[in-house]
Design a protein around this ligand. Sequence first.
Ligand code: ZN
Length: 519
Amino acid sequence: MVLGGRVVDPESRLEAVRNIGIRSGRIAAISEQRLIGRIQLDAVGQVVAPGFIDLHSHGMVVPSMWMQAFDGVTTTLDLEGGNLPIPDAYAIARDEGRPLNYGYSANWAAARSAVLADTKLDGHFLTNLAAFAKPNWQKLATKAQSAQILALLEKGVQEGALGIGLLVGYARESNHEEYVGAAQIAARYGVPTFTHLRYSNAIEPGGAIEGHEELIAVAAMTGAHMHLCHLNSTAGRQLPQVVPMIREAQRRGLRITVEAYPYGAGSTVIGSQLFDPALLDAQGISETDIFFVPAQKRIESREELIEARKRDPSGPAVVSFLDEDNANQRAALDMAVLYPDAAIASDTIWWVRANGKPVVEPVWPLPEDAYAHPRGAGTFTKILGRYVRERKQLSLMEALRRASLLPAQILEDAAPQMKAKGRIKLGGDADIIVFDPDTVIDKATYANPRQPAQGMRHVIVSGVPLIRDGKLDTTVMPGQPVRGPVGRLPIQSRTSGRAITEMDIITAVQDLRASVGRQ
Ligand SMILES: [Zn+2]
């Protein structure tokens, strides 16, 4: 039971004091009447909202999830990257236990690493990292190799992946045709693709406009649902140019969805192609914009960058692209964060010790020397504290919609179970957060990211209190899988039950013309 809080639900638009009853992981009552139950959580003076759904995490391990719980996240999904093989990834999470609900896309980079770099994939977090650190996966594939890569992705989708994760920006010379092929698979099975754009440079050729053009063109030619990851970081200083492109593409009916995180710096591994010294200038960044996490310092010279890339290619690095203290640059960042129907998604990076080792084991609090981009601790509470309360750039209802209902809707076609998430409704999943709207705030900074957000009083995952009265319970692992149907089939024509053919499309267009003619 969650008693006496102000329920704010972005689907029904209910905003009123209610008591919520929970039974077997579901919402069993939403009532003005007093409810009686075994566990009673006081919510008087607090906001009660659907738990946040993060479409973009790379920290699918317990300590990263505990940190995200303080940020109000109850479901965290690895979609831009993803995993493979899909059955193994879900089995590992289930067997080890996860505090938050979890899910994966089929990982294109991993499929390439298996085919082009001989990586043995097993669904483990560390294997995924190692697969990504091998440079060979990034190269141009032969037709036969591309076909093998696409077959691995299709298998993942059939096994219930939530879509296809396409880290194309980390493999710019990979085959354009293969990217189209991945989108065709997604369209055939009715699942989204999640793209880190091929190009995000400020300088042409190969600039952010070209990057967006590719995604828009592929959406148009395949009909696939193309989800554009972290609009803020891939568009960067080009936001004023690319925002109208996306808007217009959406207005013309292309299925493009967007997400953003509210920080002016990005983060990835130092060995990534983005930090190739030969490509830095073209991106309008210098090596001194890069903070190398394992060394806990800024890179000072080109030589130091080359050395770090060689020594520890999977060590994380933070790079600034928009300065939040500069009014113009913050306005550009806000074009992404406040873009109509942009979901809030964190791009959480795993925590790393000073010795370069990721924090994978369940330890809390995190080790003193653990480091990651602060977005893994403060994305959602930064929206609530800064964008809603301090700067009044979003209403509370709209912020909650972008953090819960909207991401659920983005995934509903691929995973019907998402219809029970992102809302406070009878029969819905009891993923519920209770927070103080007057004090909720992010605490993590670039200098000290290891500070959990403040203000979450209770965080309930699948009916189980994970945070209760502000205290994390490390003994419970209530996270449930979010997954598409295992044995997923290509989408069928609704009327006949058979696969959609070209003839169906021609008929549909003729019907449409005829109906327009009648008006
Ligand atoms: Zn990315």
